[in-house]
Design a protein. Structure first.
Length: 88
């Protein structure tokens, strides 16, 4: 559950980063892409391609569901190491 909360914090941080990026562009007189600009459409299209990795937040969520949380992974690693030591 802690990981999910941390993911939400990360998501909020990304929103703050987006605002900072907009300020960066504005201060330097650079253009912010409009939603349907050629550049934005190109980047958005990349996300629909098969071999392009999905965003990190989704990857983390998927890993959490498939592999468990940090404690579960640590426990599995510790048990595997104990089993390896016993087999020596």
């Amino acid at each position: 559950m802690t990981e999910i909360k941390l993911i939400e914090v990360a998501r909020a941080s990304l929103e703050e980063l987006l605002e900072d990026y907009r300020d960066f562009l504005r201060v330097r007189g650079l253009n912010l892409w409009r939603e349907n600009s050629r550049e934005a459409l190109f980047v958005r299209k990349l996300g629909t391609q098969q071999n392009v990795p999905i965003g990190p937040i989704r990857l983390i969520s998927r890993a959490f569901l498939e592999e468990g949380g940090l404690r579960e992974r640590i426990t599995r690693a510790r048990l595997a190491e104990r089993a390896k030591q016993k087999s020596l």
